[in-house]
Design a protein. Structure first.
Length: 118
């Protein structure tokens, strides 16, 4: 099982960009699908983006399509979320998660806060 640590959050102005990183421990990182989720103030956690084990397939929530990009470097045990054209409504705690083949996301990081100012 992997352990996940997110980083890269912070305070940014609307329209700006931010790149989140999620570093995973363990030698089996490349076998996991990885996802990013977020939970805004007073909201339930929601799916943001996902990437398969090889990086060949990516998936996005409609709200972030063409603004966010998920990627991974298996040699570095790291998955990234590049966020562009940020909006105030993107304010949330962002979590990365791992899913073993054929399983649900069952390993979560501690989250990193992203705050947008208008």
């Amino acid at each position: 099982q992997v352990q996940l640590v997110e980083s890269g959050g912070g305070l940014v102005q609307a329209g700006g960009s931010l790149r989140l990183s999620c570093a995973a421990s363990g030698r089996t990182f490349s076998s996991y699908a990885m996802g990013w989720f977020r939970q805004g103030p007073g909201k339930e956690r929601e799916f943001v983006a996902a990437i398969n084990w090889s990086g060949g397939r990516t998936y996005y929530a409609d709200s972030v399509k063409r603004r966010f990009a998920i990627s991974r470097v298996n040699a570095k045990n790291t998955v990234y979320l590049q966020m562009n054209s940020l909006k105030v409504e993107d304010t949330a705690v962002y979590y990365c998660a791992a899913a073993a083949a054929g399983s649900e996301y069952d390993t979560w990081g501690q989250g990193t806060q992203v705050t947008l100012s208008s």
